[in-house]
Write a protein that binds this ligand. Structure first.
Ligand code: NAG
Ligand code: NAG
Ligand code: NAG
Ligand code: NAG
Length: 435
């Protein structure tokens, strides 16, 4: 009798750190759905939480700015991706921010400044805010306390056994991001690969059985950061009403999709300037999906130029709740990004260059640079359980015709955690029949 539409998101980001004398990029290969980043090794004994900052409920000082700027960072990344292709997109600004914040712990000088500026968080420098990584750490804690949200986040660091990592770096990444450190011998590639795959498979509950295919033996550390989100709609769609329908790709092409349907109370708004509908689809646990649908087919890319955190705030303020009919396609996306290329375009360059200052990671190993940052993200909006719910059919026969929003053309979606207004996922669905 229970019908649940669930959303499953897997994000994999990967940062490879290695000696800059090594030519070419690392060989690490990402599998489906994890975030992997390079980090150094050490034995961290247990949880040392001595100098915890005062427990203050979110939003902490600077928290609002952190959320706003993380959204803006996400929108900038989206625009950068659009310069490369116009297809489907899904990624997690939050996950990438966690990874960059961990790297900030290891970076100094201009390398550090570039990351801070690239994340748009320079305004937080010099305020009473402790540090950007600490702030992300506080956010992570807050999100993990919310059981209903069904967000699993974690961070692993594989460190070459002889690599001398600064204890402070390890202590802080443990404290802020609960990073687990695993010593690995990268010189024995097959052994290292097996060990890392085993760890990641376990941490991601079997969703990513084989993340690494090839490992560059010069690797010093790999940081893997993953986010799994299994959201449940606050009010599920009833699969009985899901039907094959047409989704228009452009003026000439269309595809068949499974179109879900629900009539009920929805919060939405229409932006007259941008000629788009914005529809709110809430999840359990204070998360929400905003669907942005341009009135005219083919306008969706132009809209991206205007996306800002302020604009989203304006939409949310103008939302009205009323009875509506909503048609929303089921879809599934699986994307992989060479995020380092995108970050360079946003001004974060030094860390990828031979001049990277990663002295907070290691003082003994000079010439350390990040070779790449990968993100792998997947989203699936589907129905689980197909038992018909008797009696609901009558709801459908609406005599007064409510307004209809039919998502049958390219659209954007944003998934927010509402109390912190943090942008968890951002994406664009151009063709729901493709990954
Ligand atoms: C932060 O502010 C201090 C002093 O206000 C300045 O010296 C430093 O360069 C700033 N750091 C960054 C990363 O902007
Ligand atoms: C790191 O944590 C360990 C264990 O709690 C502690 O003994 C050590 O002093 C810390 N080191 C630094 C540099 O903070
Ligand atoms: C690499 O590790 C495997 C498995 O532990 C081991 O059998 C093999 O001898 C190692 N190879 C080298 C070159 O050390
Ligand atoms: C959701 O938000 C409301 C209001 O902001 C808050 O009272 C409630 O505790 C939150 N629920 C969870 C599970 O965080």
């Amino acid at each position: 009798m229970k019908v649940v539409i669930s959303l499953l998101l897997l994000v994999l980001a990967q940062v490879c750190l290695m000696s800059s004398l090594v030519p070419g990029p690392s060989e690490a290969e990402a599998g489906p759905g994890t975030l992997r980043i390079l980090v150094p090794q050490n034995q961290l004994s247990g949880e040392e939480e001595e100098e915890e900052e005062e427990e203050k409920p979110w939003p902490a000082a600077g928290g609002w700015e952190l959320s706003q700027e993380t959204s803006n960072f996400g929108f900038s990344l989206l625009r950068t991706i659009s310069m490369r292709h116009e297809g489907n997109v899904v990624f997690s600004p939050l996950s990438l921010s966690f990874a960059m914040a961990t790297l900030m712990l290891g970076a100094a000088g201009p390398t550090h400044t570039q990351i801070l500026n690239g994340l748009g968080l320079q305004a937080l420098n010099g305020t009473q805010v402790t540090s950007v990584p600490a702030l992300f750490g506080r956010l992570r804690e807050t999100l993990s306390c919310n059981q209903e949200l069904a967000l699993t986040q974690g961070s692993l660091v594989f460190i070459h056994k002889d690599f001398d990592v600064q204890e402070t770096f390890l202590n802080l990444s443990k404290r802020y991001f609960d990073t687990e450190c695993v010593p690995v011998n990268f010189h024995n590639a097959s052994q290292a690969r097996a060990l890392m795959n085993q760890y990641i498979n376990k941490e991601t509950q079997g969703r990513i059985p084989k993340l690494f295919d090839k490992i560059n033996p010069e690797t010093k550390f790999i940081l893997v950061d993953y986010i799994l989100f299994k959201g449940k709609w606050l009010t599920p769609f009833n699969p009985v009403f899901t039907e094959d329908d047409t989704f228009r790709l452009d003026k000439y092409k269309a595809v068949k999709v499974s179109m879900m349907y629900r009539v009920g109370k929805f919060a939405s708004t229409f932006d007259k300037n941008l000629q788009c509908h914005v529809l709110k689809l809430p999840y359990r646990g204070n998360a929400t999906m905003l669907v942005v649908l341009t009135q005219k087919l083919g306008d969706h890319l132009a809209l991206e130029d205007y996306l800002t955190a302020d604009l989203v705030e304006t939409w949310l303020r103008n939302m009205k709740t009323r009875k509506m009919e909503v048609f929303f396609p089921k879809f599934k996306l699986d994307q992989k990004y060479e995020t380092h290329e995108l970050l360079k375009q946003l001004g974060i360059r030094s860390i990828f260059s031979p001049w990277a200052d990663l002295s907070e990671v290691s003082v003994t190993t000079r010439k350390l640079q990040v070779s790449k940052v990968l993100q792998k993200a997947a989203i699936e909006v589907d129905e689980k359980g197909t038992e018909a719910v008797a009696g609901t059919l009558s709801q459908i026969v609406a005599y007064s015709m409510p307004p209809i929003i039919k998502v049958d053309r390219p659209f954007h979606f944003m998934i927010y955690e509402e109390t912190s207004r943090m942008l968890l996922f951002l994406g664009r669905v151009v063709d729901p029949t493709r990954l």
